[in-house]
Design a protein around this ligand. Structure first.
Ligand SMILES: [Zn+2]
Length: 381
């Protein structure tokens, strides 16, 4: 123990913690708990340094550690700030506090035109200085921060089902063209499509058994938006999340089991899928390929070049293969019926072995009976 520190303790208004509370703090230190940063610092008598709880440095021995509510108190007790975790940067750093205040102000004025001049006046700084401080702390400019908040609000509102125009207005976008210019890069599609395809429409899905392993069927109010196969439900749900990251996704095995029965029935050739409504996005070319695929009869197959010729684009066999590979609804758009011209099966989005199984079922293999009996089980539910 360092006696200099011991003697100092006597005249320093140090917060004497309850032993219980200290245990709690020590646990936070042992677990490098970031959530505790700013709530207290810990000082190490063997090094004379104090740290924030999340400091990545090696953990000291318990008997060398004392706790202080604030960096200033640790310093009055003779400890130096750790250069690695900079505990002072968190508590009472005036620059940080000010940037925080600027952020709050921006958030409360998103629906107004915010200029640096206005922010400068509000916070008593030159626009240049304010921008530089802001960027030094957050890494982005106030304008970029305002835009990211607007985009965030906009997404929230769309998710909550507001119309695009209304959400746009609420999020502080003053004109449609401004929003479009921003979202073109940030969303990757137009807002109306974004809303239709991905956000506002809640998506319900079922995970069920099929002759091809686990199957996920998802639908919006308008129709089926996704049919996928995988070995495990977690994979299926992860895939759905990636495909519709902003949608409200809800598993609903009960009401969708009819639909699952129909798709399993379609696999076994006892159900027609032509009546099933689809809600999928497609380019003009994909639409042509996919609707042609739906005209191929159960048990029939075509080559990629056949399809290209049939849709009037004889040189587009590769593009046809790509359209097959990006089919969002297995079986209902029977892309498995398209093979290579040399008789090989070719690729399949959900695994070549599943394509083989489907083709064997359709050729009347023993799996066909299994598919049919599985379909009956669904219908009996
Ligand atoms: Zn440290």
């Amino acid at each position: 123990m360092n006696s200099a520190i011991l003697s100092l303790e006597a005249d320093v208004p140090m917060l004497k913690m309850q032993p219980k509370k200290d245990d709690h703090r020590w646990d936070a230190v042992l677990s490098h708990d970031e959530a505790s940063d700013g709530k207290f610092v810990f000082a190490v008598s063997s090094t004379g340094v104090y740290c924030r709880p999340s400091c990545p440095s090696k953990r000291p021995r318990r008997e060398n550690v004392s706790f202080f509510a604030r960096p200033q108190e640790a310093e009055r007790a003779g400890f130096r700030e750790c250069l690695r975790c900079r505990p002072r940067a968190l508590a009472g750093n005036p620059r940080q506090q000010q940037v925080k205040a600027i952020c709050r102000f921006i958030e409360q004025h998103l629906d107004e035109p915010l200029t640096l001049t206005r922010l400068g006046e509000q916070f008593g700084q030159s626009p240049f200085h304010l921008q530089r401080t802001f960027k030094a702390v957050l890494g982005i400019t106030p304008r970029e921060y305002a835009n990211s908040r607007r985009m965030h609000d906009f997404r929230q509102k769309l998710k909550a089902g507001h119309s695009v125009t209304r959400a746009m207005h609420d999020a502080g976008y003053s004109s449609t063209s401004r929003l479009y210019s921003r979202t073109a890069s940030e969303l990757g599609m137009e807002p109306a499509k974004y809303r239709r395809g991905a956000i506002a429409a809640p998506i319900r899905y079922i995970c069920a058994d099929s002759p091809l392993g686990r199957m996920l069927i998802a639908r919006t109010e308008k129709g089926i938006c996704s049919i996928q196969f995988a070995d495990r439900d977690e994979e299926l749900e992860q895939g759905l999340k990636q495909e519709f990251p902003y949608a409200m996704r809800r598993r609903d095995d009960e009401t969708l089991s009819d639909l699952a029965g129909k798709v399993v029935g379609a696999i076994g050739g006892v159900e027609s899928t032509s009546s099933l409504p689809l809600d999928i996005r497609a380019t003009a070319f994909q639409r042509r390929v996919w609707s042609y695929l739906q005209s191929i009869e159960f048990g029939g197959t075509r080559s990629y070049s056949d399809v290209a010729r049939e849709i009037g684009r004889p040189s587009a066999a590769r593009a046809v293969a790509r359209a097959c590979a990006t089919n969002p609804v297995a079986v209902v758009i029977p892309c498995h019926r398209v093979r290579r011209s040399n008789g090989e099966n070719g690729g399949y989005r959900w695994g070549v072995h599943r394509k083989e199984t489907l083709l064997r079922i359709e050729a009347g293999g023993p799996q066909k009976a299994a598919a049919r009996s599985l379909a009956r089980q669904f219908q009996a539910l």
